[in-house]
Design a binder for this molecule. Structure first.
Ligand code: ATP
Ligand code: MG
Length: 389
């Protein structure tokens, strides 16, 4: 018998026409996350198998890959009754249990015994050899047998995968990543739907510190454990931000600053041939995220702006941040360019005409060009997988 990992595909199995593309991409994503391991990977339209020595470490990595429904540590034997019986007894020898249930799936219809009958036959063999009972409703052990053309697979527990779509199936979007709680969660949710990410971070040294930037890189590294491809584009935002504060009435500075951020994001999307802008805005959370503000800010671009956490409560966002391991880093107390010189009364119903008027007061187009021309790109991020409870 051979020990291996079996992967059951997630939602992608419902996409009939695209199925092969999805599975191929999932296999590539797995290969890139497992680049430091020795293993053999084979797959077909229903299952993927990984044969390797470091099974537990590989499973830990697989837990962060989207497009997987469940991960199973399993044993493969030749499809004959004695081999299956022996394999099951040898697995059960190492386990303490009182009750069990056997479930058989017969995908290989050439195998002559029907599923129910085979489950009963194996159950009888277990009862003869081990002091235990059958419980079909709430067993200590659920013993699963899958009889497939390539062999028979035996396993006990399924580890739930993350579900979602393989990262990259939708192309790549540009995530506005700050050091806050919301935007890393937005990034995670985007990855889950198959959107790969580049990140865009606006820094304003000396008003913002190197620690603030390192924190953003660290957050990007954590969400990179779900992708493997993430880069961080750091925009030198100081000059433009200072011009805004010099020229724009205090209550409008945040609105105008965010319009500038969107313009820069759009330019980066175009230059890098990305698809959409993503961010961590959540409706009503702060003055710049009222619907009225969003309309005026969004007005500078025709690109779709995806806001994965738009309709989540802060507590719901925090729950996800905890689940994916970004929360502890997000709450480190470093200033962001949005929080320095925060106006006392930012406008919550900004007027587009006023924005346009204020923006005429300085040459923002050339400042934006400088910002984009001087972006620092950070590549080869770590894939910092957080050990979750
Ligand atoms: P918090 O969790 O404290 O709300 P936040 O990251 O959501 O933090 P907001 O001020 O609410 O901060 O900003 C809304 C969105 O704008 C962020 O989610 C992020 O997508 C984007 N953003 C804000 N500041 C920056 C920045 N310095 N660089 C890149 N994107 C930013
Ligand atoms: Mg926010």
């Amino acid at each position: 018998m051979q020990k291996m990992i079996m992967i059951k595909y997630g939602e992608l199995t419902t996409k009939k026409g695209n199925r092969n593309t999805f599975i191929k991409l999932l296999a590539n994503n797995i290969k890139s996350i497992l680049k430091n391991f020795k293993y053999e990977l084979v797959y077909d339209r229903v299952r993927m198998y990984i044969i390797c020595d470091e099974i537990d470490l590989v499973i830990k990595k697989l837990k962060n890959i989207f497009g997987i429904h469940s991960i199973v540590k399993c044993y493969k034997v030749n499809t004959n009754i004695d081999d299956i019986k022996n394999c099951i007894l040898s697995i059960l020898n190492d386990i303490e249990f009182n009750t069990f249930k056997v479930e058989t799936k017969r995908a290989d219809k050439n195998f002559e015994i029907h599923s129910m009958e085979f489950s009963r036959l194996i159950g009888g063999h277990i009862l003869k050899n081990i002091d235990c009972k059958v419980d079909v409703h709430n067993p200590d052990l659920n013993i699963k047998i899958e009889i497939r053309c390539e062999g028979t697979f035996i396993y006990l527990n399924e580890i739930p995968g993350l579900g979602g779509y393989p990262v990259g199936i939708q192309g790549t979007g540009l995530l506005m990543l700050s050091g806050g709680i919301d935007s890393p969660v937005a990034g995670y949710l985007a990855l889950k739907r198959g959107i790969d990410l580049e990140c865009l971070y606006f820094e304003s040294p000396p008003h913002t510190s190197i620690e603030a930037k390192n924190k953003v890189v660290k957050l990007a590294s954590i969400i990179n454990s779900y992708s493997g491809n993430i880069k961080v584009n750091v925009v030198p935002f100081t000059k433009l931000q200072e011009e805004i504060y010099k020229n724009v009435p205090e209550n409008y500075v945040i609105t105008i600053m965010r319009r500038m951020m969107y313009r820069i994001a759009q330019e980066v999307v175009i230059r890098k041939n990305l698809k959409v802008i993503l961010n961590g805005e959540s409706v009503g959370q702060v003055a710049s995220q009222t619907l009225s503000s969003m309309i005026v800010i969004n007005n500078v671009t025709n690109l779709p702006v995806i806001r994965p956490v738009a309709c989540l409560d802060k507590l719901e966002i925090i729950d996800i941040a905890n689940k994916i391991g970004t929360y502890e880093t997000s709450i480190l107390p470093y200033e962001d360019c949005c929080t320095i010189f925060l106006p006392k009364h930012p406008v919550i119903n900004p007027e587009l005409e006023k924005c346009i008027e204020y923006e005429k007061r300085f040459d923002y187009a050339s400042l934006i060009k400088d910002c984009v021309d001087n972006i620092e790109v950070i590549t080869n991020l770590e894939e910092e997988q957080i050990d979750l409870l």
